[in-house]
Design a protein around this ligand. Structure first.
Ligand code: DGT
Ligand code: CA
Ligand code: CA
Ligand code: ZN
Length: 571
């Protein structure tokens, strides 16, 4: 039970109380406690051990007792009770924009709706508009909300699934009879969102393996427990499938269960033409039925006359053709990254001091970072005035003198206004080492206007990078409409870098756009947009997304040594 697990359960309690029509005061108390616990740097288990739960801001006696029960027993009777009479689907319904607890309850009470699919059908059949307090317009809003957000809601962010999967694999690997274990499926392909986690194990003891898996502390519900396949639900509501094979089958099974399905279908086609058959058990010669390989993934690909293909490329988007033509990209790795050019500090809305950020970045093996705090027009994020930046440069200078073999650059994240202009005049912009310009307002404007704004920033010769270019927030906000072709063309022409923002709910530009832009000659910067030292680790998700976009080190600004990079910025 870690901080995130506890926070998740407290939030769910808050939501269920809301559906039950409890007092706002009580509901807020749970959400506030969840919010604080999610942001704590200290482990909640330690706090509990020291008897300090009630010292956490927003945690009173009642909530402290609930947390204690959770930590001691891994369960909470109060939570189970609520779950028993609030249909769990209603919580999901509340995720749809325009559907609050009252409406969720209304749809359930009057129409028995508990799933998003049922709600969509009811909206399509105009069954919602005559309910009390509804109407044609509200019905249409609900319908549109579902269509925009349905897909995103039902999948979980890679950044949530990845640590969970990693943790499960680590626990399984402790046993001698578990010979190999790996993630498969979309998680191994590092898709931005994950439907369910697939784990593959080679084991010499099937029964023990299944018992251990189903008994993991993360597991809250067992959906199916079989000899070679089990499915469980973990605490964050995410399904995990485990498949167990023998060591000889491991390579073929890993290939098969990594997918994607489309990649596999194409691969089987190629096998067929060669007189082979490929499935999760191995590679077989059709004529004789003889098994000719499948111990490793590499063997599977090699037998088909191919090189091993990195999982992040396996989407049947040309990787098989490229492999056969010996033209697979030399995809970027985390170790190629030499710095992070979009990091916030406590000068704007970040939590960490410049010195802390620099030291952590150095420990990651970087050679440079750019502190790119928000500029003044973004008041909500503590945007800096010209004078604030000048004072910040004093601090940067001081830290630079104290730290060896590492350089902190003077950056800024300026705002692109409705006319495509950014904060500050040319003379001041010139004084920075690197300028990132981003859209932070007017997301509902027309495609024409938004495109014009970004083009304005691209043609500004002091703007080096366009931050989070499409503005999407996974599960919350769709990308704003843009003429991306125009933008890619202008970025390539002017040498303006487009950001791949690594924040896990952004991953913006996304994989397919990266590839399209690269083909048009665009170069990129992979940055974290970290607002605290811990978030510098998000580079991992950015690089994975870059791989999915077929980016190579040479396409990415922050893989170059400092001097070369500064030259590329025209400095
Ligand atoms: P997800 O879970 O929706 O994020 O996506 P995946 O790709 O993890 O899909 P999942 O969990 O349904 O299946 C895991 C892998 O198993 C998939 O990537 C490829 C393989 N697989 C599943 N169904 C089929 C199938 O019908 N044909 C083939 N060739 N492979 C399949
Ligand atoms: Ca999956
Ligand atoms: Ca699955
Ligand atoms: Zn931003």
């Amino acid at each position: 039970m870690d901080n995130q697990d506890v926070a998740f359960i407290l939030d769910e309690i808050g939501e269920m109380l809301e559906i039950e029509g409890e007092t706002p005061f009580k509901i807020r108390a749970y959400h506030r406690a969840a919010h604080t616990i999610r942001g704590l740097s200290e482990d909640i288990n330690e706090i509990y051990k020291d008897n300090r739960l009630q010292k956490i801001p927003g945690v009173g006696k009642g909530i402290a007792e609930r947390i204690a029960e959770l930590i001691e027993t891994g369960k909470l009777a109060y939570y189970e009770e609520l779950r028993a009479h609030v249909p769990p689907g209603l919580l999901r319904l509340m995720g749809i924009p325009g559907v609050g607890p009252k409406k969720a309850r209304l749809f359930y009470d009057k129409l028995g709706i508990t799933t998003i699919e049922e709600l969509l059908r009811a909206a399509d059949e105009h069954k919602l508009k005559d309910l009390p307090g509804m109407g044609l317009k509200t019905e249409e809003n609900v319908r549109r909300g579902i269509i925009e957000f349905q897909h995103l809601r039902e999948r979980i962010l890679l950044s949530e699934a990845y640590p969970l999967s990693d943790n499960i694999i680590r626990q399984l690997k402790k046993y001698d009879f578990i010979l190999k274990a790996s993630a498969a499926g979309s998680l191994r392909r590092m898709k931005e969102t994950i439907g369910d986690i697939d784990i593959l194990v080679a084991s010499s003891n099937l029964k023990e393996t299944m018992d251990i898996f189903c008994g993991l502390p993360e597991v809250v519900h067992i959906l199916a427990k079989g000899e070679t396949k089990s499915s469980v639900v973990t605490r964050v509501g995410l399904q995990v499938d485990l498949r167990v094979v023998s060591l000889e089958q491991y390579g073929a099974a890993l290939q098969y269960f990594t997918g994607s399905k489309e990649h596999n279908i194409h691969l089987r086609d190629i096998a067929k033409k060669k007189g082979f058959k490929v499935n999760e058990y191995g590679v077989f010669e059709v004529k004789t039925g003889k098994r000719i390989g499948g111990v490793t993934e590499k063997e599977v690909y090699n037998l088909l006359g191919m090189e091993w293909i990195p999982p992040t490329l396996r989407e049947n988007k040309g990787e098989i053709e490229a492999d056969i033509a010996d033209a697979l990209p030399n995809i970027i790795e985390l170790s190629d990254v030499k710095g992070d050019l979009h990091v916030h500090s406590n000068w704007s809305d970040g939590l960490s001091k410049i010195e802390e950020v620099a030291n952590d970045a150095k420990k990651r093996g970087y050679n440079y970072i750019a502190i790119s705090d928000h500029a003044e027009k973004l008041k909500v994020a503590g945007g800096l005035t010209a004078n604030d930046y000048r004072r910040q440069w004093e601090e940067i200078k001081k830290v630079n003198q104290e730290i060896d073999g590492f350089v902190i650059l003077r950056g800024a994240e300026v705002n692109i206004d409705n006319e495509g202009k950014v904060d500050f005049d040319e003379d001041f912009l010139k004084e920075f080492d690197i300028i990132t310009a981003s859209v932070h307002s007017g997301f509902t404007q027309s495609k024409e206007q938004l495109t014009k704004r970004i083009l304005g920033a691209i043609y500004n010769k002091h703007v080096n990078i366009i931050g989070h270019p499409t503005g999407r927030i996974l599960g919350k906000r769709p990308p704003y409409p843009l003429d991306l072709k125009e933008i890619f063309k202008a970025a390539a022409e002017t040498g303006t870098f487009l950001e791949l923002n690594s924040f896990p709910d952004r991953l913006d530009l996304k994989d397919d756009y990266l590839r399209e832009a690269k083909e048009m000659g665009v170069k990129f910067a992979i940055n974290t947009d970290a607002h605290s030292v811990g978030q510098l680790r998000y580079m991992f998700y950015g690089v994975a997304t870059a791989q999915r976009g077929w980016l190579e080190p040479k396409d990415v600004l922050n893989t170059y040594p400092l001097e070369e990079m500064m030259k590329m910025l025209g400095k």
